[in-house]
Design a protein. Structure first.
Length: 364
């Protein structure tokens, strides 16, 4: 038979043995005294013990609120009777541990605080001790032995309740932390993501470029960026409306991402402007990638409502130099992009080309 709660809270055979040894409940005399307490103290007085327990506990507001919220007195009294009839019976068996762990878990679920739980156990313990019959009290040694076993069994039950209480609290906290971690990751993703295109936003792109510059400098590797702007895109919004314009922008963003390499960072840098960070790329290689991006955007018209719209890109390419920061590198790429605009748009210019004819690659 599988004991799920014992497994869950770590009460394998050795752990149960340790707990019983800690409470001095490992000898046959303890088993005999537990049986004696059940037959001579608890069973004959069970109704008086239960009634006395609830008469006392219902004076405690915190306890009364829990009862009012979750159950009725009659139902709880019946549950308490079942609990007492099992108290100390087979306390060294895994089934006893399993049931006591279940009781603790139920009380934790219903919001019984640990202090209230301990107080309730204290009252129950006193009621049981006060129910010891006079014929057992006549023998002082036996009387002390019965009190001792009552204290030990109640201590065992209380310790198992505390284990489930803290174990469940820790599990709840871990789940809460996992949820917060996931929510935090999602918030960070949202903060860094452009809501329309799904690309990095300007903040994320600038942050990524700053880190890329540091890495390139440290590893002495080339780094280029491409700054791209959709040509005459305002005309698309004016002619077809902003909803259609947003659709076109999303499609262009997908095409730009598709033209870049998997390792490249692509960010929406402004309204119709995009930043592409090209790691391990020199200027000539970056110009080739920029041209591929340009062709990707131009290749097919974008279908909007009842018409097709041709969208093109002007792109400027710059390579990182010693001493560059994000502003200086972006500034050079921006100047190259405006050279492309001045050269008739729908082309790629590098920072080295000045006003030389724009690069126009022939596909194929």
């Amino acid at each position: 038979m599988r004991h799920e709660l014992c497994e869950r809270f770590g009460f394998h055979e050795d752990a149960r043995e340790v707990r019983l040894r800690l409470l001095d409940l490992v000898d046959s005399e303890s088993v005999r005294l537990a049986l004696l307490t059940h037959s001579e103290v608890i069973k004959p007085n069970i109704d008086a013990i239960v009634d006395g327990f609830y008469a006392s506990m219902m004076q405690v507001e915190a306890f009364r609120l829990i009862v009012d919220k979750h159950s009725t007195i009659d139902r709880l009294k019946n549950t308490q009777r079942q609990y007492l009839l099992q108290l100390g019976q087979g306390f060294n068996r895994p089934e006893y541990f399993e049931e006591r762990l279940r009781v603790g878990l139920t009380h934790q679920k219903f919001g019984v605080t640990l202090s209230l739980y301990q107080g309730a156990y204290g009252k129950l313990q006193n009621l049981i001790i006060n129910s010891i019959p006079t014929h057992l009290g006549a023998d002082r040694l036996q009387y002390r032995a019965v009190i001792d076993i009552i204290l030990k069994i109640v201590a065992l039950d209380m310790s198992l309740a505390i284990d489930t209480y803290y174990g469940e609290k820790v599990t709840s906290l871990e789940k809460s932390l996992d949820v917060q971690r996931v929510e935090g990751d999602e918030l960070r993703r949202q903060v860094k993501t452009d809501s329309l295109t799904g690309l990095c936003n300007r903040f994320c792109g600038t942050e990524a470029l700053q880190q890329s510059l540091l890495d390139a400098r440290e590893n002495r590797e080339p780094l280029c960026i491409v700054l791209a702007d959709l040509d005459y895109f305002k005309r698309v919004n004016d002619a077809h409306g902003h909803i259609a314009g947003d659709k076109a922008l999303k499609i262009c963003a997908t095409r730009i991402r598709g033209g870049a390499r998997h390792s490249d960072v692509v960010a929406r840098f402004g309204g119709e402007e995009f930043l592409v960070i090209l790691h391990h790329a020199q200027l000539a290689d970056a110009a080739v990638i920029a041209e591929r991006i340009r062709r990707n955007v131009e290749e097919e018209p974008i279908h909007l409502q009842d018409c097709n719209v041709q969208v093109t890109l002007s792109l400027g390419v710059a390579e990182a130099q010693p001493g560059d920061d994000t502003e200086t590198l972006i500034s050079r790429a921006d100047k190259a992009m405006y050279l492309a605009k001045g050269a008739g748009r729908n082309c790629v210019r590098t920072e080295q080309q000045s006003r030389a004819p724009a690069i126009k690659f022939v596909s194929g």
